[in-house]
Design a protein around this ligand. Structure first.
Ligand code: WTA
Length: 649
């Protein structure tokens, strides 16, 4: 069954923007002559000074540079707003649906959105925000999130969105790393009927950052509930906006000026600030949004990802708005008040394109037919997923229940660092295989390398690398260009290394096999094992900790933790609860450990390196095949850990 192929149907073919041979032709052109291809595609967006240079790239570590459209000048909001306001001012840009079903909805046309963006841009200016300043954004999924991001872009400021599920500690780290003097937040957010104290989290974060760093906190009054006010620092969002003119001349920036920073986890403890620039990013996200979703301008489109993640940045904000799309934005979760919410919402707004995550599908699938009971879903044309491998069962369930066994599913593989989709099917073009991200997008040249860096031909498994640049590629890690080079360009000289493994089948289709570094994928969220470990050892009672991923039915991967307590500290269920709480408060609920096993000691080599391979196998009950344990400092540890694991499970 896992080899099943779902060929392009006649119905999909008829409405597709591309035929298979057109894709082939365009793809070949894009990799054989990227200059010409991207020079043409660059015209998708509005430039105030057209580019004359297209691609200027070297992946060689000693001469690393990535520049696209480098002499072009623009303001991205002219592509996302002004041109649509001129052509179709009353077209809906955002339908907003609240957490509470039946609660008050909001509809923003392109004209409304543009006015709000201009007003807030003027508001930010009046507070002293200038071109290049980093504005930290910690908001729920409300239109003000989009408004804030575009208002920053309007004045050339750089937004740094922090996912609303992150803790005060995590916010503080990001504010400090970006030397961010301005924060935009909301008093509270809603999630599954409960409020989330966003402003209180920001206040706590500011206690953890240098006292004179943050100058202003702009607070959106979203929930009718009081939050503490700091009169010297806080500014009311609506009061600020109401006082402003709805016209703000766009600040023109260079194509290579930063548009935003977005932090993501890596294999070391500290999250890295991935930097994306204005020109190439916008061209690429707009092009991929068009072809991967077959977006013709008419469809109502719903990207379910939280804007706090890259999927939300690229495909809930920049890509679709550049294309003048009508987007649905939802503050709640797909299974509140019950598992039927997602389907009802699709019917309510007659949504044609749904972009979601495998973890959401698995969570609904656990309810059988319930999630679609009574729903028509006849508006649906295209389904899509991102963020983690989709298991074939979940793929088929989604295809049958939400797609009536006729809407194709686009399984898109990409990363925060890639800015846009890299491997993906396209409607009308690609025969689908559940679990495979299939073929490269335009301009993307993937390859598989063995561990010595040799390119593998034909059917093969190996390290997934990209051979040449594409316009949406991240340019650097904020404040740490060396780390950028080290992380992506030093493992295999001359290639961008994704840190994912992949298999290529006989048809040339790619199957992602998962990360080859110490990064977990929990419900589609990237979590560094080192990040969780350093949070744990920061606790007074913990001597050492090691984190590994284990298969999890809904989350994809669960977090399994081995903890060695300090001498004299008793292991107990209370201590377990305490440590779970601790990790949640240090990083956020997404990092909640699923299992904590007490480890009298961890398996280490004589040089002191923790052998994670062994820990991973114990956590997944694979004792037979532990490999060579003779190099361990104390091989006896392994038996104790196996016993401890069996006692726990
Ligand atoms: C994983 C999310 C399999 C992968 C857009 C990657 C996937 C990491 C897929 C990036 C997919 C993303 N199939 N695995 N379709 N999409 N991944 O930065 O391991 O949050 O390296 O970007 O998610 O996660 P990030």
């Amino acid at each position: 069954m896992s080899n099943a192929i779902y060929p392009v149907s006649d119905e999909v073919r008829e409405s597709a923007l591309l035929t298979p041979s057109q894709y082939d032709e365009m793809y070949q052109a894009s990799v054989n002559d990227p200059e010409a291809f991207w020079a043409e595609q660059g015209k998708r967006i509005v430039w105030s000074k057209p580019f004359t240079q297209v691609k200027d790239v070297s992946f060689q570590k000693d001469d690393l540079h990535i520049r696209w459209f480098a002499d072009g000048e623009l303001n991205v909001t002219e592509s996302c707003l002004d041109r649509h306001v001129a052509a179709t001012p009353d077209k809906v840009a955002i339908y907003w649906e609240p957490d509470t079903e039946g609660g008050e909805t909001r509809t923003l046309t392109y004209k409304d959105l543009s006015e709000s963006v201009n007003k807030f841009a003027n508001g930010l200016k009046s507070l002293g925000v200038k071109k290049g300043d980093v504005v930290t954004v910690y908001l729920p999924m409300v239109p003000e999130m989009t408004i804030t991001m575009l208002a920053c872009a309007r004045i050339g400021a750089v937004h740094s969105v922090v996912f609303g599920g992150f803790s005060p500690e995590a916010i503080a780290g990001r504010i400090e790393d970006g030397s961010s003097e301005f924060v935009v937040t909301s008093n509270f957010g809603w999630r599954a009927g409960k409020t989330v104290p966003l402003k209180a989290n920001v206040d706590r974060a500011l206690e953890l950052t240098p006292a004179d760093l943050v100058k202003k906190v702009i607070v959106l009054n979203h929930v009718d509930q009081e939050s503490a006010v700091n009169a010297d620092r806080d500014v009311d969002f609506h009061e600020l906006v109401n006082a402003q003119s709805s016209e703000c001349a766009p600040t023109i920036v260079n194509a290579e000026d930063p548009l935003f920073i977005l932090y993501t986890s890596g294999s070391t403890g500290k999250p890295k600030g991935v930097v994306h620039t204005a020109g190439g990013y916008l061209v690429y996200t707009s092009l991929s949004h068009k072809y991967v979703f077959n977006y013709t301008g008419e469809e109502t489109y719903w990207c379910m990802a939280d804007i706090g993640w890259i999927t939300g940045h690229s495909y809930a904000v920049y890509g679709p708005l550049t294309n003048g799309a009508t987007c649905v934005m939802f503050e709640g979760v797909p299974n509140y008040p019950d598992s039927g919410r997602m389907a009802r919402l699709i019917d309510k707004y007659e949504i044609n394109i749904v972009y979601t995550a495998p973890t959401a599908i698995r969570a609904l699938m656990a309810h059988g037919d319930k999630p679609v009971e009574g729903a028509s879903l006849k508006s649906v044309k295209i389904l899509a997923t991102a963020g983690e491998p989709i298991n074939p069962e979940a793929w088929r369930w989604f295809y049958e229940k939400f797609g009536d066994s006729k809407c194709p599913i686009m399984d898109t593989w990409w990363q925060t660092e890639t800015g846009g989709m890299m491997l993906t099917p396209m409607p009308g073009v690609t025969d689908l295989k559940p679990g495979s991200a299939t073929k490269p997008f335009f301009g993307v040249k993937p390859a598989l390398l063995d561990n010595d860096g040799k390119e593998l031909e034909g059917e093969a498994s190996g390290n997934l690398v990209i051979c040449d640049s594409w316009p949406a590629q991240s340019r650097t890690i904020f404040g740490d260009h060396e780390r950028f080079k080290e992380t992506y360009f030093s493992s295999f000289e001359g290639y961008y290394f994704s840190s994912d493994g992949a298999r290529r089948d006989a048809d040339g289709d790619y199957w992602i096999t998962g990360r080859v570094d110490d990064v977990l994928n929990v419900s589609g969220h990237r979590m560094g094992t080192a990040e969780i470990e350093s949070a744990l050892v920061a606790h007074d009672s913990v001597a050492e900790a090691a984190v590994v991923g284990v298969p999890h039915d809904i989350k994809g991967q669960g977090i399994y933790v081995y903890v060695t307590l300090n001498e004299g500290v008793q292991s107990s269920d209370e201590m377990r609860t305490e440590l779970v709480k601790w990790v949640r408060s240090e990083i956020g609920p997404i990092a909640t450990p699923d299992m904590i096993q007490w480890a009298p000691a961890l398996p280490k080599t004589r040089s002191g390196k923790i052998m994670r391979r062994i820990l991973r196998k114990i956590a997944t009950d694979e004792y037979e095949n532990l490999g060579d344990t003779s190099t361990l400092m104390d091989p006896g540890v392994v038996d104790e850990l196996i016993k401890g694991h069996n006692d726990l499970t």
